[in-house]
Ligand binder design. Structure first.
Ligand SMILES: *[C@@H]1O[C@H](CO)[C@@H](O)[C@H](O)[C@H]1NC(C)=O
Ligand SMILES: *[C@@H]1O[C@H](CO)[C@@H](O)[C@H](O)[C@H]1NC(C)=O
Ligand SMILES: *[C@@H]1O[C@H](CO)[C@@H](O)[C@H](O)[C@H]1NC(C)=O
Ligand SMILES: *[C@@H]1O[C@H](CO)[C@@H](O)[C@H](O)[C@H]1NC(C)=O
Ligand SMILES: *[C@@H]1O[C@H](CO)[C@@H](O)[C@H](O)[C@H]1NC(C)=O
Ligand SMILES: *[C@@H]1O[C@H](CO)[C@@H](O)[C@H](O)[C@H]1NC(C)=O
Ligand SMILES: *[C@@H]1O[C@H](CO)[C@@H](O)[C@H](O)[C@H]1NC(C)=O
Length: 790
């Protein structure tokens, strides 16, 4: 009977939700532990962390990237979560077996099944030592006096800086030991391997220097520094005595000065402001500390420089060159491009910002700068044109610009003359937007051009053929009603079955959705994502054509008393895995990071073999890999599937999709909708209900009775466990989708204990709930009230 109630979700009343608020204590909880004693270990796997006494700094192993099996030991500044020290930069260790330990002969080391890395090897005589993480950010090994107090520093991380200089750290040389202190940049923002740049203080000449390999990029003597460094100069203390010569940063009570050498060669003060800009040195310029080089490429001029741009670079992919070597960081790409006279720009190739893609000069079709899109570097030429070659280049560039302007004018005319024949669709494609959309800051020009320039002629359908395929949009062919318009089944002349989504006219949102879906989905290809076959624009009609999914959507089958018989446990589990794979592709392996934002059962389509395909990218957001989080004032999505931070603050990230995925997991296991209610005394939704069952150790009670007890207990437990981690209140606590994929695949035993999730409790009935199948309940979250509870 429970089932029959859920078959009519459309008449469920619309509710005001009260969110149970549960503060997770993410900062160090119990007694702080800042010390390793002989015999102690800090494990890479698990939650083990050392915190400095006041909690300013924290030391732990972190995987090299989401879901990876290798880890690196870091000390993080707790305020901004930037790493201030990195132990094993170029030697990641196995996350399952690695431990940091201090042994009884005072050896501090990282051990894993693959061997050991010694951080400090002391005189053998000392057998009583402690290693402490201090509130200065240093991790120090000290000898312990028999009376219990620490004496003498045997070793400290401050002697082995990574890319960051904190007050108390030195940059210079120890005359006695010959030890030099210098900073070395990371390879990329995501790869801590030593990068090409080094910042050092040369005491003989009393110069601060930035070198790339052996080449001097930037230098400033004590006198010039005052002028070049500006504010930052006053942060420096110069020390020189018979033992040491170094500079160090002044510490101040109110704000800690921190310098970081970035992988571009730039030195920044992390509290704001530049210190040195070696990234702007090309060997010609000699101002602002830049140094001259001997070996300059003949095709470059003084003043030429690379500029960081964002938008859509319309390069013909066949005429770009990839350097698939992940030991190249972005600055290596820059150096190679600078020397190659055909190269006009570059970007990184891999998501971790390594490898290079070069743009070759005679391949540019134009570059559109937009507030969205890829980030890339373009060569900006100075005004000195010495050779004729450069004149030609300039003429070509001007010619191209004029051509582009002409094309876009043409496009506007085409938009107005709608009576033009279908054959002119190609021109009309540029008219996707109308004027009122232009106002939106989605840089319409760039997107138009992108759509236009893409080689996608085969993707345009003639309106007439769509009318024929769908039997003139007959009601027999209608498959359903999506949020933005009806969906029809069609049969192409080739006998291929297709689904035709007709976006409602005059819907502003529909237009946005159309454009968005087109740009997002045309970039994607994965077996677990629905495939866009093409589109059509005819007068006011905007039509998207997809592959046909004979089994409709997951909600049709899952929540139906008879249909659900089609889904045995194995099918359900493989659907779960398929969705996870599709999501993994969106979040991680496609060239862009894509956040779906409306993941729910009705957006999971099923093909003839019940393979799941994620659909509906109308409100998906596309990012370059470096942005991981965004903010919006337009909160669209479906209540019950939306993560609390998105519903309340409009903050969304890949972790918001993870939340929705968790809700889906419970729905698939239980065969019930999240927005139905369970238990009598407290009207909990499915997430709350699952949590209650978990606490009582009764998780198996969640399983859909229609499965008749034929399911794998182990798989169900793993799904529910993973699901509970997905719906955790705090986005940072939720696993990444790659973690989930490996949890589901049983690659790693899931040991993290879920915290109480964010869920809803029914309190008051207000009115009719609109169908959850309807797209985009433009949230009115102001109406909701969020309360704390224990
Ligand atoms: C401090 O943490 C280390 C590493 O996790 C552990 O081995 C040690 O037992 C802890 N000491 C105390 C007093 O909790
Ligand atoms: C401490 O570790 C070092 C290096 O692995 C090893 O040589 C030494 O025997 C160890 N000392 C003890 C007491 O285990
Ligand atoms: C270690 O210290 C104890 C006293 O704390 C001392 O008796 C012992 O000889 C020391 N061992 C070594 C190898 O130094
Ligand atoms: C322990 O001994 C050291 C060295 O003799 C001395 O400086 C320190 O004050 C003593 N600490 C305590 C707590 O007795
Ligand atoms: C990648 O680049 C590095 C640094 O230039 C070089 O040492 C290495 O051989 C290259 N690897 C490949 C596979 O080309
Ligand atoms: C960066 O990504 C590339 C491609 O995915 C991979 O081959 C390489 O190992 C990654 N580098 C690091 C240090 O993770
Ligand atoms: C691009 O330029 C290179 C060298 O300048 C030339 O060899 C190549 O043929 C050009 N390609 C095209 C498509 O013009």
């Amino acid at each position: 009977m429970a089932c029959s109630a859920e078959r009519k979700p459309h008449v469920l009343p619309l509710l005001t939700w009260f969110l149970l608020w549960w503060w997770s204590t993410c900062v160090h909880g119990e007694a702080t532990n800042n010390t390793l004693r002989p015999g102690d270990t800090l494990k890479a796997r698990g939650e083990a962390k050392l915190y400095s006494e006041k909690g300013n700094y924290c030391m732990y192993f972190n995987p090299i990237s989401d879901g990876e099996s290798e880890a690196i030991l870091y000390i993080y500044d707790q305020k901004d979560l930037w790493a201030v020290w990195i132990a094993n930069r170029d030697q990641p260790v196995d996350i399952n077996s690695a431990v940091l330990s201090l042994n009884h002969s005072g050896v501090l080391k990282i051990e894993s099944q693959h061997g050991e890395i010694i951080l400090f090897s002391p005189p053998q005589a000392i057998n009583n030592t402690v290693a402490t993480l201090l509130d200065t950010g240093s991790f120090v090994l000290q000898e312990l006096h028999p009376n219990g107090s620490a004496i003498g520093v045997l070793w400290e991380t401050f002697d082995f800086p990574a890319d960051t200089l904190l007050p108390g750290m030195k940059l210079g040389v120890n005359h006695k030991t010959g030890h030099k202190w210098s900073l070395v940049s990371l390879l990329s923002k995501y790869v801590p391997t030593p990068g090409p740049f080094r910042l050092e203080w040369e005491h003989e000449t009393r110069q601060l220097k930035i070198k790339r390999g052996e080449k001097l990029y930037w230098a400033a003597g004590e006198k010039e520094m005052k002028h070049i460094l500006g504010e930052a100069y006053h942060q420096i203390v110069f020390v020189s005595n018979e033992n040491e010569a170094y500079i160090t940063l002044r510490s101040s009570e109110e704000e800690l000065t921190k310098w970081t050498l970035l992988s571009t060669g730039q030195v920044i003060n992390r509290n704001g402001g530049d210190v040195a800009r070696a990234d702007q040195c090309y060997g010609y310029k000699t101002d602002e500390g830049c140094q001259k080089w001997e070996d300059l490429p003949s095709c470059r001029n003084s003043g030429d420089a690379f500029e960081l741009k964002q938008g859509y670079a319309n390069f013909d992919l066949r005429m770009t060159r990839d350097e698939a070597n992940s030991s190249y960081g972005i600055n290596d790409c820059q150096a190679i491009c600078w020397r190659d006279c055909n190269c006009v720009g570059f970007t990184h190739l891999y998501n971790n910002e390594t490898g290079c893609t070069f743009f070759l000069w005679n391949t540019t079709k134009g570059t559109n700068i937009a507030s969205e899109g890829d980030k890339f570097y373009m060569l900006v030429k100075s005004n000195h044109h010495k050779s004729t070659e450069k004149w030609i280049w300039a003429i070509v560039a001007i010619g191209a610009t004029i051509l582009i302007i002409c094309l876009s004018l043409l496009c506007h005319r085409a938009l107005r003359k709608r009576k033009y024949a279908l054959e002119e669709l190609k021109a009309k494609r540029m008219g996707i937007e109308n004027e009122d959309l232009e106002a939106s800051n989605r840089s319409s020009y760039a997107e138009k051009l992108e759509v236009f320039l893409k080689d996608e002629h085969d993707k345009v359908f003639k309106y007439a053929s769509i009318v024929e395929a769908t039997n003139d949009f007959s009601s027999e062919n209608k498959l359903g009603q999506g949020g933005f318009g009806p969906v029809y089944k069609g049969i192409l002349p080739t006998m291929q079955e297709v689904a035709v989504k007709k976006l409602s006219k005059s819907s502003r949102q529909g237009l946005l959705e159309f454009k968005n879906e087109l740009t997002v989905i045309s970039k994607l290809q994965h077996t677990n994502l629905v495939q866009l076959l093409g589109y059509c624009i005819h007068e006011d009609e905007r039509i998207l054509v997809y592959e046909y999914m004979p089994n409709k959507s997951l909600d049709f089958i899952l929540f139906d008393c008879t249909q659900n018989q089609l889904l045995d446990w194995n099918k359900r589990f493989s659907i779960i895995e398929g969705i996870a794979q599709g999501l993994l592709y969106l979040h991680k392996y496609s060239r862009h990071r894509i956040i779906h934002r409306d993941l729910k059962a009705s957006n999971i389509l099923l093909d003839a073999n019940m393979n799941p395909k994620i659909s509906d990218f109308g409100i998906a957001k596309m990012f370059t890999q470096q942005d991981s989080e965004s903010n919006t004032t337009r909160i669209v999505g479906t209540y019950g599937y939306m993560s609390p931070e998105y519903a309340m603050e409009g903050v969304f990230s890949t972790k918001s999709d993870v939340y929705s995925f968790g809700v889906l997991l419970f729905e698939i296991v239980s065969g019930k909708r999240n927005n139905s209610f369970y238990t009598d005394e407290r009207q909990l939704n499915l997430v709350g209900h699952t949590w209650e069952l978990w606490k009582e150790g009764e998780v198996l009670k969640l399983v859909d009775p229609s499965l008749n007890d034929s399911f794998s207990e182990d798989e169900v437990l793993r799904c529910v466990h993973a699901g509970l981690l997905c719906v955790e209140e705090n986005a940072d606590d939720r696993p990444s989708i790659s973690n989930i994929v490996s949890m589901l695949a049983n690659k790693s035993k899931v040991t993290t204990v879920p915290k109480k999730p964010a869920y809803y409790v029914r309190t008051k009935v207000l009115g009719e709930e609109t169908s959850t199948r309807d797209f985009g309940l433009d949230s009115t979250h102001e109406n909701s009230l969020y309360v704390s509870s224990t």
